[in-house]
Write a protein that binds this ligand. Structure first.
Ligand SMILES: C[S@@+](CC[C@H](N)C(=O)[O-])C[C@H]1O[C@@H](n2cnc3c(N)ncnc32)[C@H](O)[C@@H]1O
Length: 95
């Protein structure tokens, strides 16, 4: 699909897809407009299945500021076998 992740719910609906068990993303939360980043975090939180996960791999930590209000505190890890190393944030809905 081509379009903003803000509209994930519409994309899923158009294709008759169920709520996803996981959303995995490397989109740049640190450089996009704050309002867009907030809408994406809200949309992902709203789209996930119960107990679904949102996994974001990011160079910078901004995604946590946007997503924590919707999904709570993330698990934080580093993936060092990447150039450059990236932070990996994991939220599990309902945690
Ligand atoms: C650094 S690239 C990462 C590409 C790929 N995910 C990877 O890890 O190799 C960032 C990607 O985020 C996409 N992107 C930026 N804003 C977006 C948005 N609002 N919704 C969906 N994708 C977006 C860009 O089109 C670009 O493909």
């Amino acid at each position: 699909m081509q379009g903003s992740a803000e509209f994930i719910d519409g994309f899923l609906g158009e294709h008759g897809l169920p709520a996803p068990d996981a959303v995995i993303s490397g989109i740049p939360f640190s450089t996009m407009p704050r309002a867009v980043a907030d809408r994406i975090a809200a949309a992902i939180a709203g789209a996930l299945a119960p107990s679904g996960r949102f996994v974001a791999y990011q160079v910078r930590p901004h995604v946590a500021d946007y997503t924590t209000p919707y999904l709570g505190r993330p698990r934080r890890q580093w993936e060092l076998i990447n150039i450059p190393p990236v932070r990996v944030f994991t939220w599990t809905r309902g945690d």
